[in-house]
Write a protein that binds this ligand. Sequence first.
Ligand code: HEC
Length: 174
Amino acid sequence: MFPAHPTIKEVDLKKIFTIVLGFVMTAAMADGVDQRQILPMNEMQRNHLLSEMRMLLTGTGAILEALAQDDRAAAARHARSLGTDMPHKMEGHMDNILPEQFMQLGMAMHQAFDRIAQDAESGKDTKHTLQQLSETLGRCTACHATYQISTGRQLAGQGSQKNHGEHGAHSHTH
Ligand code: HEC
């Protein structure tokens, strides 16, 4: 029935992408309106956070590329660069404006990248790293499903929209 048996690697990657895509689509199609909790930010803070995000995506791609080449040293290096010592990470600069749960989600993700690096350095195989990476991407997805950024300009335009009172609870404090 099935002409070619897929390799373990192919199965793993397909599984990862299916799971991630499933999460993303469920979140996106939940409602016509973006109901995620709003993080009020100014333009600079937004730019700072989104820059870190793009580094996370680039770094994740670099880890996958290294794994595809069976280069575990490079995979560890890229994972380390996204870990708790990640330069410019938002937690260091914006902990006074970000909600506690957001900070915890972010920190748990950085720690997960540290563990990926550690395990890859200590000789764990590619399959193990892929499994860890898959779980770590679940952390990206969980946070994205919960929060959105809004600058004051966008917030003003949303005045008529219901947002479960979070708007007031998380308004600017500084
Ligand atoms: C603690 C919360 C959190 C975690 C963890 C997180 N993100 Fe994000 N990310 C956000 C928020 C908030 C936005 C902005 C979403 C919005 O306003 O629609 C965002 C946006 C992005 C963007 C869009 C950047 C742009 O320029 O528009 C990318 C790409 C991204 N994240 C990648 C990742 C990846 C990859 C991971 C995991 C390795 C990750 N993020 C983990 C909170 C998080």
